[in-house]
Design a protein around this ligand. Structure first.
Ligand code: 13P
Length: 253
């Protein structure tokens, strides 16, 4: 059975004072029935890891370079993330794809670097509004999956997040049927490529305007194993409510 995962992506938000929210979160969930992950900006990785020691909170990066080291000013490598105590890294987020021109092959190379460093990859996929309107959603997702997800992954080192671009930070979400359709499709693609055992063990997260008031219904959709939460993960009280909803979710995929 897949253990559910509540993941928070702080994006480019958070100064040192924001670490109090991570502390409040672990105080509210000292023994959660789901996995908890926060991905702060790189400047907060080490201090968050320090505060998360001995707690169930895992800490992750938001991107890594495909090389282990070298002349790449401003970039961070996968071994550096692991060295800071991070266990996960988000890769291929639509904001990285849009702001930094990351293509599927770039995401795949980064994922290979992350796997080599012992990190779990949270690989993101999702369609634009124009792609959905043109009924191209599943084609886009299928292409992103086959291009971005490297060979040799397992349910331990891969998580896939479905994040429709038009739902990120907008307060809009797909219908529950639309979420279920994409998650079932991703599950089938993973099973076809990696075999049933591995394909069934990979956790699939929904991301895009997940809030305390819509989390429960989303978490009861088939093949939704948790969420990748942006804005609502910045406040411990909101993220905590989402975690509680996930703990109570019926769906086991
Ligand atoms: P919001 O939850 O703010 O819509 O962001 C979702 C997201 O992009 C998480 O990676």
């Amino acid at each position: 059975m897949r253990r559910k995962l509540a993941a928070g992506n702080w994006k480019m938000n958070g100064l040192t004072a924001q670490l109090a929210e991570a502390e409040a979160l672990v105080q509210a969930h000292p023994a959660p029935g789901v996995d908890m992950l926060l991905c702060p900006p790189a400047t907060l990785l080490a201090p968050m890891v320090e505060r998360a020691k001995g707690t169930p909170l895992a800490v992750g990066g938001q991107d890594c370079h495909k090389a282990g080291s070298g002349a790449h000013t401003g970039d961070i490598s996968a071994p550096m993330l692991a060295d800071s105590g991070a266990s996960h890294v988000i890769l291929g987020h639509s904001e990285r794809r849009a702001d930094h021109g990351e293509r599927n092959e770039d995401v795949r190379a980064k994922a290979n670097a992350a796997l080599s460093a012992g990190l779990t990859c949270v690989i993101c996929c999702g369609e634009s509004e124009a792609e959905r309107d043109a009924s191209n959603t599943l084609d886009i997702i299928g292409g992103q999956l086959s291009g971005s997800v490297p060979d040799g992954v397992t349910g331990h080192n891969l998580v896939v997040a479905y994040e429709p671009i038009w739902a990120i930070g907008t307060g809009r979400t797909p219908t529950l049927n639309q979420i279920g359709e994409v998650h079932d499709f991703i599950r089938a693609r993973l099973e076809r490529r990696f075999g049933e055992g591995i394909g069934r063990s990979v956790r699939l997260l929904y991301g895009g305007s997940v809030k305390p008031d819509n989390a429960e219904e989303i978490f009861n959709v088939s093949n939704v194993d948790g969420a990748l939460v942006g804005g609502a993960s910045l406040k411990a009280s909101d993220f905590s409510a989402i975690i509680t909803a996930l703990e109570g979710a019926r769906n086991q995929g």
